[in-house]
Design a protein. Sequence first.
Length: 112
Amino acid sequence: MQLNISPENSNQRLDKFLVNKLENLSRSQIQKKIKNTLILVNNKNINPHYFLKAGDVITVTSKQPTVISNKKLLNKIKIIFEDKNYLIIYKPAGLLIHPDNIHNETTLQDYL
């Protein structure tokens, strides 16, 4: 997806401008995408606080995430207690609980 900046939109911060254009993403998610080079301005990696200029072209890449298996972390999950009402588990540090728009690895939710 490409967005062309008109004179009316110049002098706005990149991340704040994109909040209105990418309504399904929060500003912090947009900032992470910018830092991960999934959002470029004039085909260059830019700071999320960059002030837009008339004529700038914003390119938003929508890469499909590929799931990476965290077999080492998943193997460390331990069920401490389980009954019909709840489950107590040991979750190792570094294992995401649920998927997000930035990481592309297996999560605890996938495991369960």
